[in-house]
Ligand binder design. Sequence first.
Ligand SMILES: *Cc1c(COP(=O)(O)O)cnc(C)c1O
Length: 229
Amino acid sequence: MNNLQLMRTQVLQQIQQACQLAQREPNTVQLLAVSKTHPSEALREMYVTGQRAFGENYLQEALDKMQALSDLEIEWHFIGHVQRNKTKHLAEKFAWVHGVDRLIIAERLSNQRDAQQAPLNICLQVNIDSQDTKDGCQPSEVAELVRQISQLPHLKLRGLMVIPAPNHPQAFQDAKQLFDAVKTQHAQPEDWDTLSMGMSGDLNAAIAAGSTMVRIGTALFGARDYSQA
Ligand SMILES: *Cc1c(COP(=O)(O)O)cnc(C)c1O
C-alpha cells in the first residue's frame, strides 16, 4: 500500500470506530478530503484509492486543480471564506459551498448557478462558539437565513458547517442541537441532511455529537507546507 492509501484507510477506520462508539452506522459520516496546498498529483493519487469528494479553500488554486484533473469525476467542495466578488466561479464550478453566512452570498450563488446544472449544495456556516471572527452567522440568525435561503431556486440548502475553536467539544453538541431545531424551518426539510464538522484533530468528538461530514486534511495528506502554496 502506498502512503496516501494507508493514511486514507486509517482515517476511514477512525471514522468507523467513532461511529461504533457513538452507536451510529459508519455510512452516516462522509469523508471530505481537504486538499488545500497539496499538488494535483496528490489528489490524483488519493482519487485512485477511491476518494471522490475533495475540499479546497482558495479559489484560484482550486480552479487550477480542476483543470489539471478534469479527466476525473471529482465532487468539488469549496470550504473557504466566500468573497462576494468570487461567487460566479463558485456557482459554476463547484458541487458544494460550505461557507455561506449571508443572504446576499446565497442569492448571488443561486442567480449565477446555471439552471441546466444540478442545484448547488450549500451549508450555512455558523459561528457556534462566538469566536472573534467575521466568518459565520450568529446562531440567532440561522432560522431566518434558513427560511430565506431554502427558497432560492438553484440551491439545495443541506445543513450547517462549523469550525469551533480547538478543544471545545460542547460546540459540536450545540451545533447538533441547532441543526435538529431548524429542520422544521426548511422549505424542503428532506434536503436538510448535512452537519459539516470535525477536522483531523477533533473528528471523534464531532462524530460523537452527530457530524455527517468530516473535513480532513492533515490526517490524509500530511502536514501542509504553506511556503509551497
Ligand atoms: C484546512 C481545513 C480543514 C482541514 O483541517 P485539518 O486539520 O488539516 O484536517 C477543515 N476545514 C476547513 C474549513 C479548513 O480550512
